[in-house]
Design a protein around this ligand. Structure first.
Ligand code: FAD
Length: 477
């Protein structure tokens, strides 16, 4: 079991000397939100000290002090994570990157941008568009930092066409546990140059190093786009349409899935029923929201005609074109607010972010619904149908927290076993944090989990970087 030293007044003074008085926080001056992320059910843990860093050199100095004194350090971006990733389980220092928010330089010849880790996703997306470019990853929470997105390998709604955050990271500056500064990757289109530590760092959740600068790939901005809502009688026919849409070579930018319950919650939350609950006198059981991008309106018209044919054959109740740009904005805003809608009318929430082969989505959803009914827990779900990534929320307004946690554990244990049976993985995009570590171990097996632990030890022999996360069971007695 890992043991750490306390931050003495002398160590505190050294840390303060690095960032200055105004960016050093202790005791009651620490923002209470630093004790949790967006999933407080996984527990609240305050750090002993918080520092707002502004440069790679400052991060390096902080790590040298913490490494010399065996003090744990947990990096925090915007704290929008959903697995307790940025929560300082062992206390120590929270190192916050929110002030490292500069977009440093565009290279228009090579279509890349160099940025600091605290740049918010929404700011990078908007700034790239102003340069005639697009940053393709599009996770739902736009106020997350891009550093956080890289550290969790965030996915989002456009992953079916463009891939995930990892696919857009070309180079990183990283501060290691002992304060050394290393450069990983280059601004090149391909590489076959030894082990890819760059790709290992992506998705490592602050357990292997602290990312202080990154070079991200961009693409030319698509010229036009169109979104269509395709309602079905039930989940099965809805999901079975997804491979057909892909096989028809329609290359959708997104295919988002929503069932009837989440549509009702969303309408109640926004007060604006964007997604229909009845179509042609039939109750809608589930829908997909599909987006295409293209170079001109003709190309999009052809895609919509083909979508109509495929959807009809798959048993869709209709294909509703989200026509005006105002409607499009509303539809995607409603889709993006599903989690917020659930949070608004729920006292206790826990979540699962499994990914299964696309054709297994109905099997998993039917199973989880049954589990919810058997255990008296309300299940809400939605997800990225195009890539099999499902967001399942266990909700309750009536149960006491301890009772809720007990029942949810029964559901989670069974659901992750089912996910493994269906050849799925524990997390599609929200990552592991500490909340899902036990399920990761079960899923990947003893040998792989042990290898992950050995890699962690090479990077961080004293386990000071984000203790207790991903594969680090050093806090477990
Ligand atoms: C409403 C809502 C919708 C969401 N939708 C999506 C979605 O569609 N897709 C998706 O993938 N996620 C989604 N998320 C989850 C969350 O936004 C992502 O996990 C995001 O990437 C976290 O970024 P952050 O800046 O908030 O990081 P934090 O929560 O602060 O940290 C997350 C992890 O990254 C580490 N970290 C942060 N910055 C660094 C750094 N510079 N160096 C090293 N480690 C670092 C932390 O230590 C921690 O382990 C959603 C969350 C909410 C609340």
């Amino acid at each position: 079991m890992a043991t750490y030293n306390k931050i003495t007044p002398e160590i505190a003074a050294q840390l303060k000397a690095v960032v200055g008085e105004r960016r050093f926080f202790e005791g009651e001056d620490i923002d209470p939100n630093y004790s949790h992320d967006e999933m407080p059910i996984y527990g609240k843990y305050l750090p002993d000290v918080a520092v707002d860093v502004e440069t790679t050199e400052e991060v390096s100095e902080i790590m040298k002090i913490c490494s010399a004194n065996k003090i744990p350090v947990t990096c925090r971006g915007a704290g929008t994570g959903l697995v307790g990733g940025c929560v300082p389980l062992a206390g120590g220092v929270v190192l916050c990157t929110r002030r490292m928010d500069k977009i440093l330089a565009y290279d228009m010849e090579n279509l890349v941008v160099r940025i600091q880790p605290g740049v918010l996703l929404k700011d990078l997306a908007a700034d790239a568009l102003d340069h005639g470019l697009m940053y393709p990853p599009d996770p739902g929470e736009k106020t997350a930092t891009v550093g956080g997105n890289i550290s969790t390998n965030a996915g989002g709604m456009r992953a079916v066409k463009y891939g995930v955050t990892r696919d857009y990271v070309l180079a990183l500056t990283v501060v290691l546990a002992d304060g050394r500064i290393i450069e990983l990757g280059k601004s090149v289109c391909k590489t076959s140059s030894g082990y890819s530590l760059l790709h290992l760092m992506v998705g490592s959740e602050g357990t292997l190093g602290i990312i202080t600068e990154m070079t991200m790939k961009l693409i030319p901005k698509p010229i036009c786009d169109v979104s269509c809502l395709v309602p079905f009688r039930d989940v099965e026919s809805c999901i079975h349409s997804v491979p057909k849409i892909k096989l028809a070579n329609l290359d959708p930018q997104s295919i988002e899935f929503m069932d009837a319950d989440i549509v009702t919650s969303s309408a109640a939350f926004t007060g604006n029923p964007i997604f229909p609950e009845n179509v042609n006198n039939e109750e809608v059981g589930a829908s997909i929201l599909v987006t295409f991008v293209g170079n001109d309106e003709d190309e999009l018209d052809q895609k919509m005609i083909k979508l109509g044919e495929v959807a009809e054959e798959a048993g869709a109740l209709d294909v509703l074109v989200v026509a005006t740009s105002a409607n499009k904005k509303e539809a995607w805003a409603a889709r993006s607010s599903f989690l917020t809608a659930i949070e608004a009318d729920t006292k206790l929430i826990d979540e699962m972010d499994v990914v299964v082969p696309v054709d297994k989505i109905p099997d998993f959803l039917i199973y989880i619904r049954q589990l919810g009914e058997e255990n008296g827990i309300r299940i809400r779900n939605f997800g990225h149908a195009g890539d099999g990534n499902l967001h399942i929320y266990c909700c309750s307004n009536d149960l006491e927290e301890e009772e809720f946690k007990k029942k949810v554990k029964v559901i989670m244990d069974a659901a992750y076993t089912k996910c493994a049976e269906l050849e799925g993985q524990v997390s599609g995009e929200h990552s592991i944090g500490h909340a899902k570590m036990v399920y990761l171990e079960e899923s990947v097996g003893e040998d792989v989990f042990k290898l992950m632990g050995e890699i962690k030890k090479v990077f961080d022999p004293d386990y000071i970087l984000n203790p207790g996360k991903v594969c680090d069971s050093s806090l477990v007695s």
